[in-house]
Design a protein around this ligand. Sequence first.
Ligand SMILES: Cc1cc2nc3c(=O)[nH]c(=O)nc-3n(C[C@H](O)[C@H](O)[C@H](O)COP(=O)(O)OP(=O)(O)OC[C@H]3O[C@@H](n4cnc5c(N)ncnc54)[C@H](O)[C@@H]3O)c2cc1C
Length: 227
Amino acid sequence: MYVEILNFTPNPEKTVAMAGKLCYSPSRIKNLKERIEKEKIKDFIHKLTSMGHFSPLEHITFTFGIEGISRVASHQLVRHRIASYSQQSQRYVEYEHLEYIIPPEIERDEELKSTFISMMEQAHKIYTYFLEKNIEAEDARYVLPNATATKIIVTMNARSLLHFFEIRCCHRAQWEIQRLACRMLKLAREIAPSIFEKAGPKCLDGIEYCPEGKMSCGRPFSLKELC
Ligand SMILES: Cc1cc2nc3c(=O)[nH]c(=O)nc-3n(C[C@H](O)[C@H](O)[C@H](O)COP(=O)(O)OP(=O)(O)OC[C@H]3O[C@@H](n4cnc5c(N)ncnc54)[C@H](O)[C@@H]3O)c2cc1C
């Protein structure tokens, strides 16, 4: 899995603080900008988020380039509607070689792994055979498994990202989307630490609350998991 931040709103923390301050201040925008420079932006952002005033977070966006995730993970990702996506097309791009993701549980067992690989090779063989018989890629792709690797560019605003990290960094999320969410969180934290410092599942660092209730994994999430 490869994840990078391709772009983000310049001065993200200052932009959020400005938007928040504007709500409570009679100042002109110009004066507000000067005040923000002097104020403690980090403290103000914490105040905003702790009181549930999240709309200022919608003014900043992050664009991620993602490669080497399965169609399983990308399907889970695109269920997040408050975002923009561009995904490599299986209609217009033909697979000369088939890249795919093997779940770790299968990969660590040699026998299961080799069954998995031979099934993927067989699927690719049939796919190629269909293309040779002049079947369009958009139809030949029906034989490709969920494990097939994909590439996607995602843009989300910070509010939507916080929600995404809350439910997808959780241990109860599937391993691949969890891994992806943790990578994205790590990168976003490097750019805007005061916004993403406390991002992640509700159980972050042992807070004793889990929305999963009886289905809780019982293992609080730790920032050390952002590998
Ligand atoms: C552990 C786990 C298991 C899951 N299992 C399944 C499953 O078995 N089957 C399945 O289909 N999905 C499943 N999902 C996907 C899940 O139901 C959501 O579709 C997905 O997580 C996107 O979340 P969201 O809708 O909150 O995010 P977004 O689409 O980004 O929306 C963000 C927020 O905006 C608001 N919102 C957005 N659109 C609407 C709307 N139309 N009406 C009202 N409010 C809206 C909501 O508050 C929402 O939380 C699972 C997700 C998780 C984390």
